[in-house]
Write a new protein. Structure first.
Length: 255
């Protein structure tokens, strides 16, 4: 019954109906008899909304950053796994024509995903700072917004900072030996050079001129981060099992 009351409070806040009207309708549909002495007017306060949303963002951030920064956090998740840049597609199409090409390809893919993994922990402090000063208006916009409204709020407020934080970390990671003495940059450059050589400098198929990975990897690492955060946000909004604190149940509980 307590949970039913909480549900109706949230619904009434969003629809303009009274808590009593909503509670009675829900109870009627579910065949529940409500005693006359049960209080029904329990609206969400502004403080509860903001506390709940900040709590939700912190839970989503912790889960997202942790999962992406662990070993194979990007590589092992098909949702966010980094592939090679689009300009490398001709290389992939002709990989069998490059001596040792498949291994070079695998090494390059592994290396860029490791670089993204190395950079992921940089996000947490930036995200936490962004939600510290969330306004009441921001909070209600998120609560009433799309299923990814909180993620959009964070992306709009942090993308430039995250890019500046990720870029040097990724550049360093791409330059250090990761696989058999190869750095990501070296593995990719060797792959592209091997492809261009096999093409007889463009006589058999077009050469690939761009063989740098830093900017591309930074962008894709952030794309994966926000995709993962969006996924976590939807789970918190929709799945009671992911509403792991009382305030999350209070604000987002809908069952």
């Amino acid at each position: 019954m307590k949970k039913l009351i909480i549900i109706t409070s949230l619904i009434s806040g969003l629809t303009g109906l009274s808590s009593c009207d909503v509670l009675n309708e829900v109870a009627k549909q579910q065949g529940i008899k409500i005693p006359n002495n049960i209080p029904t007017n329990i609206p969400l306060s502004n403080e509860e909304v903001i506390k709940g949303l900040k709590n939700a963002l912190n839970v989503g951030i912790d889960s997202s950053v942790f999962s992406l920064s662990k070993v194979n956090g990007y590589l092992g998740n098909e949702l966010v796994k980094l592939a090679l840049p689009p300009e490398a597609q001709p290389v992939i199409n002709n990989i069998s024509k490059i001596p040792g090409g498949q291994k070079l390809l695998n090494d390059a893919i592994l290396a860029i995903n490791k670089a993204a993994e190395d950079a992921a922990p940089q996000a947490k402090t930036i995200f936490v700072n962004a939600i510290t000063n969330m306004s009441i208006q921001d909070g209600f916009n998120i609560l009433k917004g799309q299923p990814n409204a909180a993620t959009t709020f964070l992306k709009n407020g942090t993308y430039t900072q995250l890019t500046n934080a990720f870029a040097p970390k990724i550049k360093t990671s791409l330059s250090k030996p990761l696989i058999m003495g190869y750095s990501a940059e070296k593995a990719y450059q060797t792959l592209i050079d091997g492809y261009n050589l096999a093409s007889l400098n463009g006589m058999l198929f077009p050469v690939v001129k761009q063989n740098s990975l830093a900017t591309y990897t930074t962008q894709k690492a952030l794309d994966g981060l926000f995709l993962k955060l969006e996924q976590e946000e939807k789970l918190i909004r929709q799945d009671p099992m992911h509403q792991v604190t009382d305030i999350l149940k209070r604000v987002f509980g809908t069952k």
